[in-house]
Design a protein around this ligand. Structure first.
Ligand code: PGA
Length: 230
């Protein structure tokens, strides 16, 4: 019997100061005294704002379990005259993952399929694993994406999560339609509802925003997520 590796990828969005980050990692270390067995069979990722990538990597190395670092965006360009952009190569010095296509970037920064395709290509060339977000099964997932996240816009930050049954159905359609092996659910995931999602057969993990902002909230999700044998 084997079990699927469950992904819990927190997304801090555009939040936190340097001091708050230090305290988040300190708090998480404290929480983990509760028992490292809770982290077994789980791939833990935290996606942080660009200025904190290096610090987060350093602080994560001091934890008694593996917490991987992700970014929340990437430039669709390489090195060069692109003032303000952060390239995939730069990110890959500190992180293994990058969120691409989050609905906040699609809506507020007008990112379209062409730009998102380019971001995925750049990320993959630099060795970053994209976590590609889509609001439904009809939204294109670029070729080569291994991890996608189904995030219905109405469930993001509203406290009104999708039902596990509906999320499981949409995720199964995404897997079939876009040939993605791993699909997460995101949208108002908490320590209270995490288990109802990850025990659904098609759902490979979660992408929580708000609930990952406090170390206690992130740890609670780790503890409450039971890894099922398959
Ligand atoms: P939320 O955010 O958990 O705060 O709803 C999820 C996301 O936007 O990825």
């Amino acid at each position: 019997m084997s079990s699927k590796t469950l992904i819990i990828a927190g997304n801090w969005k555009s939040n936190k100061t340097n001091a708050e980050i230090t305290s988040w990692f300190g708090g998480l270390k404290e929480c983990s005294k509760d028992g490292l067995a809770h982290t077994e069979g789980k791939k833990l990722i935290i996606c942080v704002p660009f200025p904190y990538l290096a610090r987060a990597k350093q602080l994560a190395a001091d934890l008694p379990f593996t917490l991987e670092i992700g970014a929340q965006n990437v430039s669709p360009y390489g090195f060069g005259a692109y003032t303000g952009e952060v390239t995939a190569e730069m990110i890959s010095e500190y992180a293994g993952y990058v969120i691409i296509g989050h609905s906040e970037r699609r809506a507020k920064f007008h990112e379209d399929n062409a730009v998102l395709d380019e971001k995925v290509i750049r990320a993959k060339v630099a060795g970053l694993e994209p976590i590609f977000c889509i609001p439904d099964e009809n939204t294109e997932v670029p070729q080569g994406v291994k991890i996608a996240a189904y995030e219905p816009v109405w469930a993001i930050g509203t406290g009104k999560a999708d039902t596990p049954e509906n999320a499981d159905g949409v995720i199964t359609s995404i897997k079939n339609k876009w040939h993605v092996s791993t699909v997460l659910y995101g949208g108002s995931v908490t320590g209270e509802n995490i288990n109802s999602f990850i025990t659904s057969p098609g759902i490979d993990g979660v992408l929580p925003g708000k609930a990952s902002l406090s170390p206690e909230g992130y740890w609670e999700m780790i503890v409450n997520a039971t890894v099922s044998e398959t």
